[in-house]
Design a protein around this ligand. Structure first.
Ligand code: NAP
Length: 304
């Protein structure tokens, strides 16, 4: 299959491209960061150009996965207009262009569409209540995609892995700081369900191969606090877990409000895919193996 990936230089985009190109033809779209990727890249800045019709007509992909976003919560609070363009308008326009051509489309959304007040796991039937600009624009993007392209897959995700900038995931944050012997905080009152980005990439491709449609929670099946996540990373990488101070998010200086409990059920996904969600421990082992094998340096070499 021919797969077009927007945001190919991002944390998900680059790892998805590397994973998918084992079995499929991959074409990336980025705004200039990628210089020597092992797949063709089209350079486009979505603030300047979102003319998708001619591009899709000439490339003729079977699948499009939209990984482009303004995904930094605090940047979204500072630049709500940019957040709306990337997180709401872009997915709507892409979903529409794919629908008219029968191209299967996946849009990436976020666990943070929920306010995090539920003590049980959120299902796809629960009503979202986004707390900030990022999650509001992402939810508006979900709804725009649903209405423009009912056949699309909308995946609410949360993941960790290696990125081109070495600072796009929480996993990298803990590895980098603990490796340098720095003290860091780990929030004990923010719960999430992290999935290794390669497991996410494999799952997205499996969803396409199974021709699923609609809204899915595509993240890890094991909820944990950000503090616990840091401790697990430290133990796996042989780093000093005592450098991580358990702390409340309420005492942090983060701009955007964080939802306290983003425990999302993956029951619908595992049922429809007919397989178990990969275990967190397996993903963490994969993340460590990549580190040992020099994968972070390898992908960083793809940028200028
Ligand atoms: N990371 C997580 O755990 C997480 C959690 C929930 C949801 N998500 C969602 O998952 C998706 C992927 O996230 P990510 O962590 O991979 O994000 P990311 O690393 O920030 O990547 C975003 C991508 O969008 C590109 N982009 C930004 N502005 C652009 C523009 N004006 N024109 C063209 N491209 C532009 C970036 O290019 P540059 O490299 O040039 O900046 C990058 O390739 C997003 O939809 C995000 O909302 C992520």
């Amino acid at each position: 299959m021919k797969l077009l990936i927007t945001g190919a230089s991002g944390l998900l985009g680059i790892n998805l491209a590397m994973e998918a190109m084992r079995e499929h033809e991959v074409i990336g779209v980025d705004r200039g960061r990628l210089q020597s990727a092992p797949f063709p890249v089209i350079k486009t800045n979505f603030f300047n150009s979102r003319a998708f019709d001619p591009a899709l007509d000439s490339i003729q992909p079977d699948w499009v996965i939209n990984c482009a976003a303004l995904a930094n919560l605090d940047e979204c609070e500072k630049h709500p207009g940019q957040a709306r363009i990337l997180n709401t308008d872009l997915p709507r326009e892409l979903a529409t262009a794919c629908a008219t051509r029968n191209i299967k489309f996946i849009h990436l959304s976020t666990d943070a569409v929920f306010d995090g007040e539920k003590t049980d796991a959120y299902t796809e039937d629960d009503e979202p209540n986004p707390l900030g600009v990022y999650s509001q624009t992402k939810l508006a993007g979900e709804r725009a995609v649903q209405s423009a392209n009912p056949d699309a897959i909308i995946a609410r995700v949360n993941f960790f892995g290696w990125s081109l900038t070495n600072r796009r995931s929480l996993g990298e944050f803990f590895v980098n700081n603990l490796s340098e012997g720095k003290n860091v905080s780990g929030f004990t009152d923010v719960i999430f369900c992290p999935m290794w980005v390669n497991h996410l990439a494999q799952t997205l491709v499996a969803m396409l191969e199974k021709n699923l449609s609609g809204l899915y929670h595509v993240l890890g099946a094991q909820p944990m606090s950000k503090y616990q996540f840091g401790v697990e990373i430290a133990r796996t990488f042989g780093l000093r877990e005592e450098l991580i101070s358990p702390r409340s998010v309420l005492s942090s200086d983060l701009t955007a409000r964080r939802s306290p409990s983003l425990w999302l059920s993956t029951h619908k996904l595992s049922t429809d895919l007919g397989r178990e969600i990969p275990r967190f421990s397996t993903g963490l082992a994969g993340f460590y193996t990549q580190y040992q094998q020099g994968y972070p340096q390898k992908i960083r070499g793809y940028q200028q």
